[in-house]
Design a protein around this ligand. Structure first.
Ligand code: AHM
Ligand code: MG
Length: 335
């Protein structure tokens, strides 16, 4: 019989690799898994909204029913603010940073998250996800500030995501490889199911919203056409796989190989417009993919090297198997 490793046990064992670790980090990740389990439970009940009460209405207990993304946001804030591990948070759902209330102790870590990415898919029972990114505080003084959030992705100490799919999975890295855990609903624990995930060097699928083709730069158009031509290695064109839910698309490509692209919109060539957010989406997934042997780029530069200048800064995101991303860069830069 195989040994069973819970995510908590795994986090503790990872922390033991650092002899000076205080256990703080273990506590932080522990709190996050509790929030994830609660969100998973609510996501699983999404189809029952008509019975339990519609969004914006009162449910049978007379409570206002929240949209799931707002619920997930609040759940994470409430689970994390009192643990004493964090000094500040930032969320895709909040315009400004989220301070730790006065009454709670402050810790040395910064948490940034997208509470429920892809939530427009939820009513159709399509997978959605939570993405998180953790940094060590860099400012000194009593209160942390936005400067603790505006960082380079290379400074992350941990990152991960939870995908609420046919099963709920948590995937994380602390810079010691990428590990995946599947939630066993019977015992309410995340169990190690995918140890040391490595993304294949080259994939056979691409994931992009091809409806945007006319907004792309020439390099991206040529690259996508290239993928549709017969491939010399596989002997067949790449297949298109696009859920429209970043975590789900990324997770599939991480396991099977492939490339996900959300290039900028060049309708106004002087002002290309990206969609995905650097701090809550691109950076954490870039850290994970690099740890798994893959690559993440804007086409021009490595995602993790970008110095953030705004909390909601957006970047083009090209992420996945190393050889595929390298080929994209060649096309994008017309080489
Ligand atoms: P969200 O943060 O508002 O949910 O938007 C992000 C989502 C990603 O999950 C997904 O990859 C992308 O938007 C899909 O966008 P589009 O519908 O333009 O293809
Ligand atoms: Mg999002």
């Amino acid at each position: 019989m195989q040994k069973v490793v819970t995510v908590q046990r795994h986090i503790v064992e990872q922390e033991r690799l650092y002899p000076k670790a205080s256990g703080d980090f273990t506590g932080l990740l522990w709190d996050l898994t509790i929030a994830a389990k609660t969100i998973s439970r609510e996501v699983n009940k999404a189809g029952l909204a008509d019975i339990l009460g519609l969004t914006g209405e009162k449910n049978i207990h007379g409570e206002e029913v929240k949209k799931l993304d707002a619920y997930a946001n609040e759940r994470i804030i409430k689970s994390m603010e009192h643990g004493g591990h964090l000094c500040i948070m930032a969320s895709e759902e909040n315009d400004d940073v989220i301070p730790i209330p006065e009454e709670f102790p402050r810790g040395k870590y910064v948490l940034m998250f997208d509470p429920l990415d892809g939530s427009s898919n939820i009513d159709a029972n399509v997978s959605v996800g939570t993405i998180f990114s953790i940094y060590r505080r860099k400012t000194t003084g009593k209160d942390a500030s936005v400067d603790d959030c505006l960082r380079k992705g290379t400074e992350q100490v941990a990152a991960g995501y939870i995908v609420y799919g046919s099963s709920t999975m948590m995937v994380y890295t602390t810079g010691q490889g990428v590990h995946g855990f599947t939630l066993d609903p019977g015992i309410g624990e995340f169990l190690l199911s995918h140890e040391n995930i490595r993304i294949p060097l080259k994939g056979k699928t691409y994931s992009v919203n091809e409806g945007n083709t006319f907004t792309w730069d020439e390099g991206t158009k040529k690259y996508i056409n290239h993928l549709k031509e017969s491939d010399t290695v596989t002997g067949r064109p790449y297949s298109l796989r696009y859920v429209g839910s970043l975590v789900a698309d990324f997770h599939r490509n991480l396991l099977y190989g492939g490339i996900f692209l959300y290039p900028a919109d060049y309708k106004d060539p002087k002002k290309p417009k990206a969609k995905l957010r650097l701090l809550y989406e691109a950076n954490p997934l870039a850290f994970i993919v690099e740890q798994a042997g893959g690559m993440a780029s804007t086409g021009k530069e490595r995602i993790l090297d970008i110095q953030a200048t705004g909390l909601h800064q957006k970047v083009p995101l090209i992420i996945g198997s190393k050889e595929d991303v390298l080929t994209y860069e060649k096309f994008f830069n017309n080489r």
